[in-house]
Design a protein around this ligand. Structure first.
Ligand code: GDP
Length: 488
């Protein structure tokens, strides 16, 4: 374990700003003397004590609850002290400073052999929980995902991952894989009978079973990653095509509980809404105009980077203006720009807005006139697709659009028991799949090279272990935990 994991750490655990209660948390090995000094007495484990938090000069900074969780029964697996005070930034900063100062006093008096108390880095409490086997890596990630969840479905799924639902699936796969590996490795020692032996032990059946189980796990993991990462959609179209109206109609009442995607808030071109709990990051191309303003240009460049990784483009047309030559020419111009800027893998969905303008009475029956216009003007390469004719104003046709967006993203109806996952997990499972595919090929040639087969299975297990953190580089751990907030 790295040396820095030996230091006791301290941080304000509650969110910045003012609140009724704020918490300062200390974690480290053998912090009992520090607890004694800060609280003026020894604390009973896991019992709340109401007491004054005193500064070095004996004056009370605040009164509050102190909780002491001796190792190993704590969040981090180390000794943990929680000081619950009033949630003002100044009070909490004073308490934090007092903790650091008290630790220094102890060291100066030779009352502790511990390294000095220091401020925690982002995610360091959770990292220690992981390093001390309180949780595995997928669970640690679920904690961050639960805190960051932008939809109710994401929060519920993160909570399920945190209780280990995802990890258990991975462990079941791993156990089956280990069983097969043992079989193959044992066979390596008896080369004459190897194939017979593998056949008798049904290595073929086991591998097939493993691959089919993996398919199921991958499918659920992709769903979980969708819940976390969402889909990125660009809305393009001429001014007044109804882009903002469509966004508002899609957002409906749900807008209030979702948050803008990180990093793009400043640019004001992306908004996050949700469909069936799947976050939909919508980028409005109104923000993508030519600009002389340096700051705006940086924002626009960043938006195009986002767009390059978009899952789809909604190209919105105004049905009421498709008869106008100029309007169609401008639409064609946008289509060219988009195709020029977008990777060919990003689908462009043609969407026809303002259908209500043609059918004032019958909302369900999209007017024959609207369909006729679409039939005439839809780009040649979209012929055959069911045209998406809708009205952002009345909401007609929106459900079809929602369904199509989710289907395009690969979302299947939210099943009970969905867990949250990350792109990292999906990638690791893809590697497992590749190794199992190679293993399958090895096993089905005339004279299988068992050492190669064994190696593929070993690599498959290594990729699987990276998910739960049993085999994960320090670099990757650094990346994962540094994305946490401080105090977590
Ligand atoms: P944007 O410039 O593309 O964002 O377009 P807006 O959403 O601001 O809409 C432009 C105008 O079209 C507004 O007057 C909207 O009320 C109107 N509009 C938008 N969607 C519809 C629709 O479905 N039907 C009708 N009749 N008008 C619409």
């Amino acid at each position: 374990m790295l040396a820095r994991h030996q230091d006791p750490i301290v941080a304000i655990a509650t969110a910045p700003g003012r609140g009724a209660v704020g918490i300062v948390r200390v974690s480290g090995k053998a912090i009992a003397p520090l607890v004694q000094l800060l609280c003026g007495k020894a604390l009973k484990p896991r019992e709340a004590s109401y007491l004054p938090f005193k500064a070095a000069d004996g004056q009370a900074i605040d009164q509050g609850l102190a909780l002491y969780f001796p190792a190993p029964h704590s969040y981090t697996g180390e000794d943990v002290l929680e000081l619950q005070a009033h949630g003002g930034p100044v009070v909490l900063q004073l308490l934090l400073a007092r903790c650091l100062e008290a630790a220094q006093t102890l060291a100066a008096n030779g009352q502790t052999t511990l390294p000095g108390l220091r401020l925690a880095e982002p995610g360091e409490f959770t990292e220690r929980a992981f390093l001390n086997d309180k949780i595995d890596l997928a669970q640690a990630e679920a904690i961050a995902d639960l805190i960051d969840a932008s939809t109710e479905a994401a929060a519920r799924s993160a909570s399920r991952s945190l209780t280990g639902a995802f990890s258990q699936e991975i462990h079941r796969l791993r156990d089956a894989l280990i069983h097969l590996r043992m079989l193959v490795e044992a066979t390596l020692d008896f080369p004459e009978e190897e194939i017979d032996f593998l056949q008798k032990a049904d290595a073929y059946g086991q591998l097939d079973q493993l691959r089919s189980t993996l398919q199921g796990v991958m499918q659920r993991t992709r769903q979980g990653a969708l819940l976390r990462e969402g889909i990125k959609v660009v809305i393009a179209g001429q001014p007044n095509a109804g882009k903002s109206s469509l966004l508002n109609a899609l957002a409906g009442a749900e807008l209030a509980i979702v948050t803008p995607i990180a990093g793009t808030t400043r640019d004001k071109v992306a908004q996050t809404i949700q469909i069936e709990g799947v976050p939909l990051h919508v980028i409005d191309t109104a923000g993508l105009r030519e600009s002389d303003d340096e700051v705006e240009r940086i924002g626009i460049a960043r938006a195009w980077e986002e767009i390059a990784s978009a899952d789809a483009v909604l190209f919105l047309h105004d049905l009421t203006r498709m008869q106008e030559d100029d309007y169609r020419a401008a639409d064609a111009q946008i289509a060219t720009t988009l195709r020029g800027q977008l990777p060919s893998s990003v689908p462009v969905m043609q969407v026809w807005n303002k259908a209500d303008a043609f059918s004032a009475t019958s909302a369900r029956q999209m007017s024959a006139e609207a369909s006729k216009i679409v039939a005439i003007h839809a780009p040649a390469d979209t012929a055959g697709d069911e045209p998406l004719i809708l009205s952002a104003k009345t909401g007609d046709g929106l459900n079809a659009l929602r369904r199509q967006l989710l289907a395009m993203a690969g979302w299947q109806a939210a099943a009970e028991g969905t867990y949250i996952a990350r792109a990292r997990h999906v990638q690791a499972l893809q590697q497992v799949q590749e190794h199992l595919d190679s293993a399958h090929e090895q096993l089905h040639v005339d004279s299988p090279a068992l050492d190669l087969l064994a190696e593929e299975l070993r690599l498959a297990q290594q990729s699987l272990n990276a998910i739960t953190g049993e085999f994960t580089s320090d670099d990757l751990l650094g990346v994962i935990f540094s994305s946490f907030c401080i105090g977590k």
